[in-house]
Ligand binder design. Structure first.
Ligand code: HEC
Length: 160
């Protein structure tokens, strides 16, 4: 019974998964700052400055107030278009790719426990892998994606 309650509590804590349609396309480079500026009603220059002021790890966790419905959609579209080929749409890496070492499997009870107990330290580690890459198989996305997009991807991974 107690275990069941814990499971219910952890499931309830998981961020909601965002679905995207074929019309949702990720915004890269200047297109991201133009898009974010429009959603925040600020100029693209202000959007760029705002992004540069966000934490980039290793000392701070995800900027909660910077993650909203727009960034959740963006992250879901980024994941589908840029990450899912190697990581799988649902975070289960397709075994036929034969990546060695393979990416971790995301989603499920064990991972949710990891996020619950690993907290922001775990989120910072994931941000770092996205920004700097990992091993030979994982490209670095820092510079190609904004900080906010990468933090939103951390949240997306958490929601898988
Ligand atoms: C070309 C294939 C490929 C693409 C595209 C790719 N990854 Fe990876 N990723 C990998 C591999 C392989 C690893 C494992 C690397 C290792 O452990 O040496 C990995 C590791 C990671 C890790 C560290 C945790 C783990 O699984 O070991 C994170 C986080 C991650 N990727 C996120 C992303 C995100 C977010 C994107 C899209 C923006 C992305 N990846 C795109 C191949 C890819």
């Amino acid at each position: 019974m107690r275990r069941l309650l814990l499971l219910v509590a952890l499931t309830a804590c998981a961020p909601a998964r965002t679905r995207v349609t074929t019309e949702d396309r990720p915004h890269l480079g200047d297109a991201w700052y133009a898009h974010r500026a429009a959603t925040l009603n600020i100029t693209p220059e202000a959007a760029r400055a705002r992004d540069a002021a966000l934490p980039a790890g290793p000392d701070a966790g995800p900027p909660d107030d910077a993650l909203d419905a727009h960034t959740a959609r963006e992250a879901a579209a980024l994941w589908r278009d840029l990450c899912a080929a190697c990581h799988g749409p649902d975070g289960q890496p397709p075994s036929e790719l034969g990546l060695d070492p393979p990416p971790k499997t995301w989603g499920g009870f064990g991972v949710r426990m990891g996020f619950t107990f690993g907290g922001d330290a775990m989120r910072r580690g994931i941000y770092r892998s996205i920004a700097e890459g990992k091993g030979e198989g994982m490209p670095a996305w820092g510079g190609r994606l904004s900080r906010e997009q990468m933090w939103a991807l951390v949240r997306h991974i958490e929601s898988l």
